[in-house]
Write a protein that binds this ligand. Structure first.
Ligand SMILES: C[S@@+](CC[C@H](N)C(=O)[O-])C[C@H]1O[C@@H](n2cnc3c(N)ncnc32)[C@H](O)[C@@H]1O
Ligand code: SF4
Length: 384
């Protein structure tokens, strides 16, 4: 039996946010029905190719905005999915405030979604408008309260820092308020200006300036300190959780384990093969309707590439990478491959080898130090 994670991509949004370069589209609602039918067909194709020898460890319905799907299409998808997984695995659905009605929350609960990831981004309604979000802070509060009333016991809230015009104090107070609601998980991302977005175009034309490095760093540190103080453990660069609520789906990615991505633009990694689907909703549906797989890109990773990925994905996590895991996977000692880089990092206090006694037995691990995590992007390059 092989363990795999399943990612399902829903590329529809009510409106495109000004910063977002995810594969998501507005004004494509008329495609929702055919898209869900195509998704179900793709699942049948992919699962039959895998045979019986797989064990689904987690499901993640992401987007786009899965909760923007109309009730009947969402139900159709959830009914189909239910046959593939056991109740006790983590099943996440991303949700936008403003699209998360009582009926949809009830539907998600009924069909086994046990983790909600709600994109709030900011508590300030003016900031939300600036970001191009479709909802208000009050919408979020209403959705959060209803989700709790319906018994959702594992909720993530996405927040953003380093937005132009955002004051550090406002960000800090917002974060403290969210901690007070006690979500089990908080993701906190610094805004990245992506090229092919409204913000990207404004930046290019000089209408938007990036927040200065000093404020950016202060906000990043503010988030770390507040979340620590409020009992959230930072387990990945941008992800914090109460004990036992780390996202097992995301950990699959960071530990470079196998996953299958279904839907337009979704990526998969299985048998050392990385592949992705057609980005365009139309092309994706057309390929499926013709009976072909919707794959448009694939590459077999070389051992060197797999090792590099193991390092730079694994080092995103605070616990780092396990030395024995590297040896078991690649049949070579980690120091024979990356000895020079590792020694250099340790010498500069950017990384440390330690014994992780929290888990059963003794596990020698390599992790980045706090100083190393702060400049992780520069360190990751060393392994590529
Ligand atoms: C696919 S989106 C979440 C789902 C949902 N569509 C939403 O927006 O609430 C994943 C998260 O990535 C973060 N994100 C997306 N684009 C980003 C950017 N350019 N910079 C920083 N964070 C970003 C946001 O916090 C967002 O909630
Ligand atoms: S709702 Fe989410 S996926 Fe859709 S455009 Fe906004 S950030 Fe991107």
């Amino acid at each position: 039996m092989r363990d795999i994670g399943i990612y399902i991509h829903i590329p529809f949004c009510m409106a495109k946010c000004n910063y977002c370069d995810f594969n998501s589209y507005s004004n494509m609602e008329y495609m929702e029905g055919p898209y869900v039918d195509a998704l179900i067909k793709e699942m049948k194709q992919r699962f039959s190719k895998l045979g019986d020898q797989y064990n689904i460890k987690s499901i993640y319905i992401g987007g786009g905005t899965p909760t923007y799907l109309n009730y009947e299409d969402l139900k159709k998808l959830l009914i189909f999915l239910k046959d593939f997984y056991k109740d006790n695995i983590e099943c996440t659905c991303e949700a936008n405030p403003g699209t998360l009605s009582y009926e949809k929350l009830l539907l998600l609960k009924e069909y086994g979604v046990n983790r909600l990831s709600i994109g709030l981004q900011s508590l300030d309604n003016n900031m939300l408008k600036y970001l191009g979000r479709i909802h208000s802070f009050e919408d979020f509060m209403e959705n959060y309260k209803t989700a709790r009333e319906l018994g959702f016991k594992n909720i993530n809230v996405d927040l953003m820092s380093s937005i132009q015009g955002q004051a550090i104090d406002d960000f800090a107070n917002g974060l403290k308020f969210i901690c007070g609601l006690n979500p089990e998980h908080i993701s906190c991302y610094g805004l990245i200006i992506e090229e092919n977005t409204v913000f990207g175009r404004q930046y290019k034309s000089g209408k938007l300036q990036m927040i200065d490095e000093d404020t950016d760093y202060k906000m990043y540190k503010t988030a770390i300190n507040i979340l620590k103080d409020k009992g959230y453990t930072r387990y990945e660069i941008s992800n914090y959780a109460k004990t036992g609520f780390e996202s097992s789906h995301n950990i699959i990615y960071w530990k470079t384990k196998e996953y299958i991505g279904l839907g337009a633009g979704a990526h998969s990694y299985i048998d050392g093969l990385r592949f992705s689907n057609e980005l365009s909703i139309k092309k994706y549906i057309e390929k499926i309707e013709k009976g072909s797989l919707p794959t448009c890109f694939e590459e077999k990773l070389s051992t060197k590439e797999k090792m590099a990925e193991f390092m730079f994905m694994g080092l995103r996590m605070m616990e780092g990478v396990e030395l024995l895991d590297f040896k078991n996977r690649f049949e070579i000692d980690i120091m024979s491959v990356y000895g020079k880089q590792i020694e250099e990092l340790i010498k500069k206090d950017l990384a440390v080898i330690y014994n992780n006694r929290e888990k059963e037995g003794e596990r020698l691990m390599l992790k980045l130090s706090d100083k190393g995590i702060d400049i992780s992007n520069r360190i990751f390059v060393e392994f590529i």
